[in-house]
Write a protein that binds this ligand. Structure first.
Ligand SMILES: [Zn+2]
Length: 108
């Protein structure tokens, strides 16, 4: 009998994931994204460290939308730069602990 270790993790590239990926190409999302970036044109995560960096990405804060269409369009959103989005955004989406550092170099 084969041994199984722990629970199987849900596949992050599930059909549902592919489904909500399409939401990113909707006109509604593009408008929302533009609006958010116009409202907060700087990376909010860089600002926490007193770094001024233009934002190019709009991240779903608060644990992400997880395929929830309502949450996808309702937010909350965070304006981020690309490096922040790929570093911290992915961790948040995976539900991992995000350690933030203040301007003094100590974790917040
Ligand atoms: Zn940033």
């Amino acid at each position: 009998m084969p041994m199984t270790h722990g629970a199987t993790k849900p596949d992050r590239r599930s059909p549902e994931a592919a489904e909500y990926r399409k939401l990113y190409s909707t006109a509604r999302w593009k408008r929302l994204r533009e609006f958010k970036l116009a409202q907060q044109p700087l990376c909010e995560w860089c600002l926490e460290q007193e770094i001024v960096e233009p934002a190019t990405e709009v991240h779903h804060a608060d644990g992400g939308h997880k395929g929830d269409v309502v949450k996808f369009f309702a937010g909350p959103f965070v304006s981020t730069c690309k490096p922040c989005h790929s570093r911290r955004g992915q961790r948040e989406d995976l539900g991992l602990t995000v350690i933030r550092f203040g301007p003094d170099g100590w974790p917040l």
